[in-house]
Design a protein around this ligand. Sequence first.
Ligand SMILES: [Zn+2]
Length: 399
Amino acid sequence: MASSRLGARGQCLRLLKTRGFLLLKLLAAILAVLLFCEFLIYYLVIFRCSWPELKTPEGAGALGAPKAPEHVLRAMFLADTHLLGAVRGHWLDKLRREWQMERAFQTALWLLQPEVVFILGDVFDEGKWSSPEAWADDVGRFWKVFRHPPHVQLRAVAGNHDIGFHYQMDTYRIKRFEKVFSSERLFSWKGINFVMVNSVALEGDGCDICSRAEAELLEISHWLNCSREEHCPRGCRDRQRLPASAPILLQHFPLYRRNDANCSGEDAAPPDEKYTLFKERYDVLSQEVSQKLLWWLRPRLILSGHTHSACEVQHGAGILEVSVPSFSWRNRNNPSFIMGRITPMDYALAKCYLPREDMVLTTYCVAAGCLMLITLIPTGLVSAPFHFGRRVLRKFKTM
Ligand SMILES: [Zn+2]
């Protein structure tokens, strides 16, 4: 009697031990899947990106003189991060998207070591209507997601979601955006001139903010023209001389184009949207303002956001505009950013894709299926199909 009781207790202990061991294995497998999908995948995918090569060796200068590598600027361009706000953002959506962007950004910083990062507008989703408290909360979360060491510069231009479309924007919203991201419109870095355009204010209807924005651009145009003159003309003498290099324009709205019909690549607009005509002053800048920007500033490269899809457009002779797709998985299955190696006379751009969301979800589904099978087999709940298969195989073997 006593020996049978001892035997039953031993069996019970063995069963508990097996179950405990299985539970531990399950936990380890779940942790491994989470670690891969939420952390390691960013390293694996972004590790494949590399800085593009310049056409001229290390960016030959104006007179063809070779320049040292330290004269080449490594810049990262991303757009439409749309950090969710207090009204539209469900907490889970917010948590997931911000974690994805944080991991992607921090991994890119660590692996690629850019010197400057530009965000081409719509940094926030609800800047156009958020209360001062909600704005402070959004800004706090932004600096957590996009934290960076002090030697890396981060600049952003305003988008329609940051300050509102033309009919919504006001000086208060512009000022609070500029308080976070600086109001500097023109700056030079390693001999390269960048113009940060507030394209939302380029409605061209003569409103107060629009007039001021145009006056500012005219002033910048004059300043850039001074830098192009070999001898300092009279009107330029009181200005600090800029590097003699055509500027790079950074803005939220793209310059005018009819639609995205000529855009190609896996992250261009989907076929059913490509032929939809763009609305001037809503999807793209007006034709008139676009011409003004090209005439006044004579840029060599333009980078813009807003459409959430990729596109490359040539404006006249050799002026390339790159529409940078959204950096958020909320807007795309395959977000990306642009990597640029830039010198005063040359530039080379490359795209770096982030992990595809459908791949991550497939990995989770396959892993969940495998784990379910592993859990259910010992319970005997899924033994029937296996036994059936084994019986069929045996039958074929004997025939
Ligand atoms: Zn936008």
